[in-house]
Design a protein around this ligand. Structure first.
Ligand code: GLN
Length: 202
């Protein structure tokens, strides 16, 4: 399917992409291709409550959680999200948002009413691609890398995608959280959907 974004439609939208660790550059490129402006967040001075939205990329959630705390970004980010800042979180980002992590591990931001299971697909199936049907988007080539899944979700959480019986994409308000990596494909529809959510069009 050919998807041609309207490059002007997201002009002047400013998205903060957390660039502490992991696969953040690919998110930046996807958002820029759609016409949004991107600001990398590495330190507290880079963070602004005036961003139209933020991206929490994949990587290693334990490392990212530690760096968020060390850089003093943890509390401002948590309160911005609680105040309604839109978020696109992928893989490790989903783990950072989750209210609980199975196995008793210390959770992080706890703004998303879900319990996640980390590294949930076992060693053999550590990385794979699957056709995911995403509500509001359609069939999508989902790349999973040592991915978590959503084991339990609260009543206010909408399931957007289920793959092999496991919930792999959810939405709560303006938070979108995915177990897979839309930034690692050329398919811009997930980022486009996020920008539409920010604008109140999805
Ligand atoms: N396994 C990683 C974690 O638990 C997530 C993997 C990813 O982001 N691709 O943080």
């Amino acid at each position: 399917m050919l998807f041609t974004p309207d490059k002007n439609s997201y002009y002047l939208m400013k998205i903060g992409v957390f660039a502490l660790q992991g696969a953040f550059i690919e998110h930046e490129h996807a958002l820029q291709k759609l016409g949004a402006e991107v600001v990398e967040i590495r330190r507290l001075a880079h963070f602004s409550e005036n961003f139209d939205g933020v991206v929490l990329p994949g990587g290693e959630s334990t490392v990212q959680g530690k760096l968020l705390r060390e850089e003093g970004l943890f509390a401002p980010l948590k309160s911005a999200i609680e105040g309604g800042m839109p978020v696109l979180a992928t893989c490790a980002g989903l783990i950072l948002l989750a209210d609980k992590i199975e196995g008793g591990e210390q959770p992080h931001l706890q703004t998303l009413d879900v319990t996640v299971r980390r590294n949930a697909y076992g060693r053999q199936l550590g990385s794979f691609t699957a056709d995911a049907h995403i509500k509001g988007i359609g069939d999508y080539p989902a790349v999973f890398i040592r991915a978590p899944y959503v084991a339990e979700a609260g009543a206010g959480v909408e399931t957007l995608s289920v793959v092999e019986g496991k919930t792999v994409a959810v939405r709560q308000g303006k938070m979108l959280a995915l177990a897979f990596h839309p930034e690692l494909t050329d398919d811009l529809r997930v980022h486009d959907f996020f920008l539409k959510v920010i604008k109140g069009e999805a």
